[in-house]
Design a protein around this ligand. Structure first.
Ligand SMILES: [Zn+2]
Length: 64
């Protein structure tokens, strides 16, 4: 049987929780290919490389 919340949270509590989520900044790392800062565990927006390999078709055509 699934666990259910006993009481619903007020809109104020809901807003406080969501505000904290928005405040947290995702970790930025430097791209191995172009050296630009990008979000970790994500494809580089500048060159389209991930783990040193071209992932996006348009990006690989630009760099080549
Ligand atoms: Zn890059």
């Amino acid at each position: 049987m699934a666990q259910e919340p006993k009481k619903r949270h007020s809109r104020a509590r809901q807003g406080k929780r969501r505000a904290a989520i928005k405040l947290s900044i995702t970790a930025a790392v430097i791209c191995k290919n172009c050296g630009a800062a990008h979000i970790s565990h994500a494809v580089c927006a500048k060159c389209g490389y991930y783990k040193g390999e071209p992932v996006l078709k348009s990006a690989s055509a630009k760099s080549a």
